[in-house]
Design a protein. Structure first.
Length: 216
């Protein structure tokens, strides 16, 4: 931090203004203003390199999608959106695995016994597979499936924007936008009946395990 910035921080009385000055370079650089991301500043839990992002010792492929990848990591490891309050012996069902951040976060918990991850979009699933390989000890808990959940078994034809690192960018609500986007392409994604898939998981889950389902 340069001397001028330090001077401004010392004389400005409003805390949120001081915070804005302290972090303006980083928020501009990463194009992300979320408080979930700022939690990584000024500590050793976050490191970003050309090819790898390391968060709390867990490695992720740097996709160069600043608002997507960084924001997702901030939600998981900064804001702890998938923290389940110390519940013992639970199974995590990760619908919309995306790049695997929520699955790997869940895997860090000793209370999480198993993670079933579902990602029907090939671009996001490929990144998740790479991230799981970067963290072999954690990924032992994870089973990754190449389909999503729905009300029936089907092959769904949609337009997908592979420049987006967030799966929700490929949702049905965004289809009109994706069709008009020159970066979009038509793909086929597999969908399986959610009731049948849940029954399958229950059939192989010990009775003393709790199930937590994440859907995004």
């Amino acid at each position: 931090m340069n001397k001028f910035k330090k001077f401004l921080i010392n004389i400005i009385p409003v805390k949120k203004w001081r915070h804005a000055i302290r972090y303006w370079e980083r928020t501009v650089k990463y194009e992300c203003l979320s408080p979930a991301f700022n939690v990584f500043f000024d500590n050793d839990n976050f490191k970003i390199d050309k090819d790898i992002i390391t968060v709390c010792g867990i490695k992720f492929i740097n996709t160069n999608n600043k608002l997507g990848t960084i924001e997702g990591l901030g939600e998981c490891f900064g804001r702890k959106d998938y923290e389940f309050g110390g519940i013992n012996n639970y199974i995590f069902i990760d619908l919309g695995t995306n790049i695997g951040d929520s699955a790997l976060y869940a895997a860090t918990s000793k209370n999480c016994q198993k993670i079933y991850s579902y990602e029907p979009f090939p671009n996001q699933r490929s990144i998740a597979e790479k991230n799981f390989k970067l963290n072999p000890e954690l990924s032992q808990k994870i089973e990754l499936y190449n389909y999503g959940w729905g009300n029936k078994n089907e092959d769904l034809e949609i337009f997908s924007n592979n420049d987006l690192s967030l799966s929700r960018g490929n949702s049905v609500k965004n289809q009109e936008k994706n069709i008009a986007d020159s970066n979009s392409q038509k793909i086929i994604v597999k969908i399986k009946n959610s009731s049948e898939e849940l029954k399958r998981i229950l059939s192989i889950t010990p009775p003393n395990r709790k199930l937590y389902l994440k859907w995004i």
